[in-house]
Design a protein around this ligand. Structure first.
Ligand SMILES: Nc1ncnc2c1ncn2[C@@H]1O[C@H](COP(=O)(O)OP(=O)(O)OP(=O)(O)O)[C@@H](O)[C@H]1O
Ligand SMILES: [Mg+2]
Length: 315
């Protein structure tokens, strides 16, 4: 099978961010962990990040990586972290809270509690998660960042939100220009930073996130399963990521029951059911962006030994 070449093309393309996307339970965390291990073993300083609000990275690695960048024993160049959203929000408040207060209080009679209000808005924690990934990306502390994203809906809303946020900030600046005269009258004599400068710096920040996501060296890999649900989800996620300008570099089909492992009627039936969906996936994606296949294994993937085994299958 041509497509069994798997993910070895990545060794030549030198990705800086590899985002594993897809619906719930398709094997994103498993494949992300194995890929991170691959790069770490290749001598690249690698960080495995999970931004899934219900993460399973610690369980799969069998190391507690919740909230802290934690080195994975025996693999010198591999570290991992599961974002703790409470921590992410706290960090955001420390970093941007004062600025938000300065901007809003320049034209609204609000106190510092506005910071908590903004930080508590729905979806905003995910927004902050992106800025966390950006900091790590821009720090150049790691050669490769392998990003285990939230299940399909989550990832896309995260990315769309970013786009909206960006446009929204532009609107905020326009609004401010309109009320500027009045604001100057009201705040006359009070020394303060020009809110327009602060808004401009937010716009820059949003733009940096977009640039990171759209960079040539940022790859999205869509993980899926050879079933109707997987085929539909893949189509949707693929279209949305491409429309957003993100580079999808592979469709990874997981849980494939290959003919050679079929010893009973049950498995033969499964293989036959999967074949139809695999054919659809092949027709649509084999040329561009290409398919990779991961067979269904007899056991769940837990612990570094099992992850290593998947790494060998993927590469
Ligand atoms: N090829 C495979 N063969 C057998 N078991 C697998 C395979 N791939 C993944 N698994 C198992 O399936 C379960 C789900 O995998 P995983 O946690 O990687 O999925 P996920 O997409 O990250 O899920 P979630 O959306 O909940 O984060 C795990 O128990 C994992 O060990
Ligand atoms: Mg997961």
């Amino acid at each position: 099978m041509e497509s069994v070449k798997g993910l070895s093309y990545l060794d030549f393309e030198g990705p800086k961010i590899l985002a594993f996307c897809g619906k719930g339970g398709v094997g994103k965390t498993t494949c992300a962990s194995s890929t991170a291990l691959h790069f770490a073993n290749g001598g690249f300083k690698t960080l495995l990040i999970s931004s899934d609000p219900t993460p399973s990275l610690s369980d799969i690695l069998e190391v507690n990586v919740r909230g802290n960048i934690t080195p994975i024993n025996y693999y010198e160049s591999l570290s991992a972290i599961e974002l703790d959203y409470d921590l992410v929000v706290k960090r955001w408040k420390e970093k941007f809270g004062q600025e938000v207060y300065e901007v809003l209080s320049s034209f609204l009679p609000v106190g510092k509690e506005i910071i908590d209000y903004v930080a508590g808005a729905p979806g905003i924690d995910e927004e902050f998660a992106l800025s966390y990934v950006l900091d790590i990306y821009e720090s150049n502390d790691y050669d490769v960042i392998v990003w285990d994203t939230a299940p399909a809906g989550g990832t896309l809303s995260l990315i769309k939100l970013q786009d909206k946020f960006y446009k929204h900030l532009g609107e905020a600046a326009k609004l401010y220009v309109k009320v500027r005269k009045a604001v100057e009258m009201l705040t006359k004599g009070r020394a303060r930073r020009d809110p327009l400068n602060i808004i401009a710096s937010w716009e820059k920040l949003a733009e940096r996130v977009l640039n990171m996501l759209r960079d040539k060296r940022t790859h999205a890999i869509i993980v899926t399963i050879p079933e109707a649900l997987g085929v539909h989800q893949t189509e949707r996620v693929f279209k949305e990521l491409e429309a957003f300008g993100m580079h999808v570099s592979k469709i990874l089909v997981n849980y494939v029951v290959t003919e050679d492992i079929c010893v009973c009627d049950f498995h033969r039936q499964r293989a036959s059911m999967q074949r139809d969906y695999l054919n659809i996936l092949r027709e649509r994606y084999e040329k561009e962006p290409g398919l990779a296949i991961l067979p269904q294994l007899p056991r769940e993937v837990r612990g570094m030994k099992a992850i290593k085994k998947v790494e060998e299958l993927l590469f």
